[in-house]
Design a binder for this molecule. Structure first.
Ligand SMILES: Cc1ncc(COP(=O)(O)O)c(C=O)c1O
Length: 389
């Protein structure tokens, strides 16, 4: 038996793999400090859980319309219009089982075998895997602000190939936590227009932002008709296990994505969609979100300061809950650092190599973990680096 060629070069998701190793060590009773988590460590707010329970009691236990329950599609559209001044209708919204599936559906809808997607590294691990799973090719460009490499028209032009059909952006970014500036977004928009590209804008961390303002890419001049906007409930409302996300895209693309959804998963889980509806409609969600973001901000300050004191270089994240740390000053590449930290000091991180071909000197820390764990993890890393000096 042999799996299809599609899987050549597709490894187990590095973030999930390190999380799994950390869990295995924990199960053996090791005192693991886990910086691999890609999800808020907060519980889903009670009123959201109650709404889902109510939906179960009321019999919402069957398939829904493949594109999602109409109330949720309407609510998502009006929220986007309110927040960003867009002109989205319910029909433009596809509710998906998580943003991840929306992204996969978009690649399926857009890329033929041999077509290319432009990714900006460091990039979340599942973009490249998704592109390759549908037979596409990845073209990389970079954005390392610590190396003064921001996104410009010129830099995009350098990697452009006529095979490129789509460019993926992710702001606030996983794993760096940067927020793309207005100027960068404008250059991306100009480039997309000139090269006739679609832009998949993954805005899953749009509400987890500390200093800068999030700009929705679809609001840029002429971009509504070129943008596949992806967002979801996982991060904003601590609902990762519920698997509800959504996409807004031009009709032809949205229809193709809907077909992928119809033939793969049918619809997002019925009662989870009612939970998502409560997340948007109930005013209490705003308070929970505010508290969560304030806590993440405190943790960000703690971890960034701690890592810098250890002599490690990292950009101060403006959003999301990750720090991407250059560990070359410690005389190691990211894999060696992550391996040593986990095996000898029980500190779990994700090696940077998972996030792009030039990311080998980095390690990602998620600070979606308690303040005590952050302090403990930093202390252990201090001991590791002393021993290494
Ligand atoms: C950048 C990015 N996009 C999408 C996702 C997936 O979100 P969801 O849980 O909605 O599938 C993640 C999760 O880690 C992410 O970091």
């Amino acid at each position: 038996m042999r799996v299809s060629r599609r899987f050549s070069g597709i490894a187990e998701s590095a973030t999930l793999k390190m999380g799994r190793l950390a869990k295995e060590l924990k199960a053996q009773g090791k005192p693991v400090v886990d910086f691999t988590l890609g999800e808020p460590d907060f519980d889903t707010p009670q009123h959201i859980k109650e709404a889902a329970r109510r939906a179960l009691d009321e019999g919402h236990t069957h398939y829904t319309q493949a594109a999602g329950i109409p109330e949720l599609r309407e609510e998502i559209a009006s929220r986007l219009n309110e927040d960003y001044g867009l002109d989205v209708r319910a029909d433009d919204v596809l509710v998906t089982p998580g943003a991840k599936h929306a992204i996969y559906e978009a690649f399926m809808a857009i890329l033929d075998a041999g077509d290319a997607a432009i990714l900006i590294e460091p990039a979340w691990v599942s973009y490249a895997a998704g592109v390759r799973l549908v037979g596409g090719e990845v073209v990389w460009t970079k954005r390392f602000a610590d190396r003064r490499e921001e996104v410009t028209y010129e830099r995009l032009e350098k990697v452009f190939t006529p095979k490129a059909k789509i460019l993926v952006i992710n702001s606030p970014n996983n794993p760096v936590g940067y927020v793309l500036s207005k100027k960068e977004l404008e250059e991306i928009a100009e480039f997309a227009k000139d090269k006739n590209l679609l832009v998949l804008s993954d805005e899953i961390y749009s509400k987890i932002i500390y200093e800068r303002e999030h700009i929705c890419f679809a609001t840029l001049d002429g971009m509504t008709e070129r943008t596949i906007l992806v967002d979801g409930f996982s991060k904003t409302y601590a609902m990762t296990g519920w698997r509800v996300g959504y996409a807004v895209a031009p009709p032809e693309i949205l229809n193709a994505m809907l077909k992928v959804q119809q033939h793969s998963v049918t619809c997002a889980t019925s009662f989870a969609q009612f939970g998502a509806l409560a997340a948007l409609r109930d005013e209490r969600s705003k308070e929970s979100l505010k508290e969560m973001v304030a806590e993440f901000k405190r943790r960000r300050d703690l971890i960034v300061e701690g890592l810098q004191k250890l002599g490690l270089r990292c950009e101060r994240p403006d959003g999301a809950f990750y720090v991407f740390v250059n560990v070359e000053t410690a005389g190691m590449d990211g894999e060696t650092f992550a391996e040593k930290a986990l095996r000898e000091f029980y500190v779990a991180t994700t090696p940077g190599s998972a996030f792009g071909p030039s990311c080998g000197g980095y390690v990602r820390f998620s600070y979606a973990t308690s303040t005590e764990s952050i302090r403990e993890g930093l202390q252990r890393l201090g001991r590791m680096l002393e021993g290494n000096a």
